[in-house]
Design a protein around this ligand. Structure first.
Ligand SMILES: [Zn+2]
Length: 448
């Protein structure tokens, strides 16, 4: 037995037992038919893919809010209703992007993403995607095309403009985003963050750009105001000092692509929203626990976690009251690497929540992809950085239908979802009963 397993076994022995389910707690049963009905409501044609910050997203949020109200949840403290809206600033390309090298225009540039306006500076050349990012405002990347998107993540914040040769990778990406550059939508009043522009050039043109030359990219943009919507329901606790549990998912998806294709997002993340709604119904039927429970479906996750950021800045209860957050993200299909029936829990080794929930029958398993850093890549992370024990539960993080038009209800495993959600009721109930306080293990809490 290694040290981690030993610690796990010890903390397991000290765990309290779940209060026995009494008759009045059996008022609601999570059933496959309801899971499917909610999926149909969220991922069916009427919601048009719940595009971030669109009227479709607002309709989906209103629908989720209505389910919270119907289930018998209260409005969250200080809220006038079951939705919270956040003002957005949307940017659109308002002209033809131009690229100049040494003052001369270079034709054939296609911009994949941009913060808008003018960026540029001196060029550094990068060939090895795993190497150090050169200290330069503009990076000309000449390495393997399939590593470009990975490099983009590494380069963010270290350079302003990433130029690469046109390839199947860049063409596919452009096609996926509708042939127009991706521009970040921001929360109104959000501090300016450094953005990274990425553009592709014909290989011959790229090869002619020498290290040290001056490059500028101009992308004219226009701005318009928008709004995103979170749906929030609350089950007040009996002991205001015992804290609050946050159960969350994101209700938005990619909406309708510019080519007219609807992206249903049945798994991403209608499935997580289903989990939040089914748990809301279960706990509303049970009645108050010692701790309060917040049920939240965020808007605008797909364009940078905007709904959850807004919620984190204006939470209906002080963030310091939150004792745990479970985020549900794509629980509609099972990873073949996981034990049958299980969801994966990101960062399972970081806190004692995993052992507690597992001991109470939760169908969960450790994250089989620690090198992918999923713990850091979901909405739970911003809360974890603030010290709240926050994890994401997921079915198959690298599912083949990810961000594809094939992310449909037909490609979901409804029975798997139903059983997994059902298995979480007893553990969440113990969590809400207040006898167990989840804690980070030594070194488990992420540092900002
Ligand atoms: Zn997504």
């Amino acid at each position: 037995m290694n040290r981690i397993a030993l610690v796990a076994a010890l903390s397991l022995a000290a765990l309290p037992q779940s209060p026995a389910l009494s008759k009045d707690t059996a008022g609601y049963q999570v059933k496959a038919a309801d899971v499917l009905a909610t999926e149909k409501a969220l991922a069916g044609p009427e919601m048009r893919g719940r595009g971030s910050g669109t009227a479709d997203e607002a309709r989906a949020a209103a629908w989720v809010a209505a389910q919270f109200e119907k289930a018998g949840l209260s409005k969250a403290p200080g809220m006038a209703g079951y939705t919270q809206t956040a003002p957005l600033v949307r940017h659109t390309v308002a002209g033809i992007p131009t690229l100049t090298v040494g003052g001369a225009a270079v034709p054939g540039v296609s911009v994949l993403m941009t913060g808008g306006g003018r960026v540029g500076g001196k060029v550094g050349i990068m060939t090895d995607p795993a190497g150090a990012v050169p200290d330069a405002d503009v990076i000309v990347y000449t390495g393997p095309a399939d590593k470009l998107m990975q490099l983009r993540r590494v380069a963010r914040g270290k350079t302003k403009l990433l130029l690469a040769a046109e390839s199947d990778v860049t063409r596919r990406y452009l096609n996926m985003i509708g042939g127009k550059p991706q521009i970040r939508t921001t929360l109104e009043g959000a501090p300016e963050r450094p953005s990274l522009a990425v553009a592709a050039l014909p290989a011959e043109a790229l090869a002619r750009i020498a290290a040290g030359s001056e490059v500028t990219l101009d992308v004219p943009v226009a701005t318009e105001k928008g709004v995103t919507t979170n749906a929030i329901g609350y089950l007040p606790g009996t002991d205001p000092k015992a804290g609050v549990i946050l159960l969350s998912a994101h209700l938005d998806h990619l909406g309708v692509r510019p080519d007219g294709v609807v992206m249903p997002g049945a798994n991403d993340d209608a499935s997580g929203t289903v989990a939040v709604i089914e748990l809301a119904r279960s706990f509303a039927a049970m009645g108050p626990q010692k701790r309060g429970i917040l049920f939240v479906a965020y808007g605008s996750e797909e364009i940078g976690g905007l709904g959850s950021t807004w919620f984190g800045e204006r939470p209906p209860v002080p963030l310091s009251d939150l004792v745990a957050n479970i985020e549900f993200e794509m629980i509609g299909a099972q990873d073949p690497k996981l034990p049958k029936g299980s969801l994966m829990m990101t960062g399972s080794e970081r806190s004692n929540l995993f052992e507690m929930m597992k001991s109470q029958g939760a169908l969960i398993a450790a994250d089989p992809y620690p090198d992918q850093h999923f713990f850091e890549r979901s909405d739970n992370y911003s809360l974890a950085l603030k010290g709240i024990v926050a994890h994401t539960f997921s079915g198959w993080a690298v599912v083949p239908t990810y961000h594809q038009p094939t992310d449909t209800i037909e490609n979901l495993d409804i029975d798997y979802m139903t059983n997994a959600i059902r298995s979480l009721i007893a553990p969440v109930r113990l969590l809400a009963s207040g006898d167990f306080k989840p804690e980070w293990k030594a070194g488990g809490q992420p540092k900002p």
